[in-house]
Design a protein around this ligand. Structure first.
Ligand SMILES: N[C@@H](CCC(=O)N[C@@H](CS)C(=O)NCC(=O)O)C(=O)O
Length: 215
């Protein structure tokens, strides 16, 4: 079975698990944090970031690389639309999630939750405030682009998965989409999180996080 190293709080790790669930592929979650010194993790993730993957003798790091591999092995259901514009948009949304949304939100998440809760590091409130400031236009952009369907304009895609995964991590600091200020984003997020794939991954995540947070 394919093994995925990582911790479910990470939006990138969650992305891989949701894609696997969409495709009905069973993967083994190997719990580990960035910097984990285990040789098998290091072999899969030379820069010690999560997620990383081991499939037999094939090791791979990076969520985008891993979901590309899963998609090539299991093309149905597709996570990249066939239409050229929609496919390009799906990639744009994945990029937006991974490098814009998470870059801004991560400053808040790290300083208000991850550092203090897991690493014994006091959060830097100035950095968190800067992240919040950056998040404002990012969320407004998302709201302006969210219609009644899926983000890339056609079928559900990797773009929807990646953006929702980023937002879910922000839920740990109370920053999931607010229907009062971002109604279209909130409605789209509800559509993503109602999916069976999402529910399956969320249930496992909740179990692990409950266990870890109650220690
Ligand atoms: N582009 C990578 C980003 C992975 C990443 O930055 N993961 C974070 C956890 S959310 C990490 O491992 N950070 C530790 C570090 O950067 O050293 C991906 O999509 O997998």
């Amino acid at each position: 079975m394919i093994r995925i190293f990582g911790f479910p709080l990470s939006p990138y790790v969650r992305k891989v698990h949701v894609v696997a669930a969409e495709k009905n592929v069973d993967v083994e979650m190997v719990l580990g944090r960035p910097g984990d010194p285990s040789p098998e993790f290091l072999a899969a993730s030379p820069f010690r970031k999560i997620p990383a993957m081991q499939d037999g003798d094939f090791n791979l790091a990076d969520s985008t690389a891993i979901v590309t591999y899963l998609d090539a092995l299991h093309p149905a259901p597709a996570i990249a639309p066939g239409d050229a514009r929609q496919r390009a948009k799906a990639i744009w949304w994945e990029e937006f999630a991974d490098t814009i949304l998470v870059a801004a939100g991560g400053k808040v998440l790290f300083n208000r939750f991850v550092g203090p809760t897991f690493l014994g590091i006091a959060g830097d409130e100035a950095v968190a405030a800067q992240g919040l400031k950056e998040l404002g236009p990012v969320m407004d952009y998302l709201e302006s682009e969210c219609g009644q369907g899926w983000l890339a304009g056609g079928d559900f895609s990797i773009g929807d998965i990646a953006v929702a995964c980023g937002l879910r991590s922000l839920g740990y600091i109370g920053l999931e989409p607010d229907p009062a200020t971002h109604p279209d984003t909130a409605a789209w997020y509800d559509r993503v999180t109602a999916r069976a794939s999402w529910q399956k991954v969320a249930a496992v995540e909740a179990q692990i996080m409950d266990r870890v947070l109650s220690r």
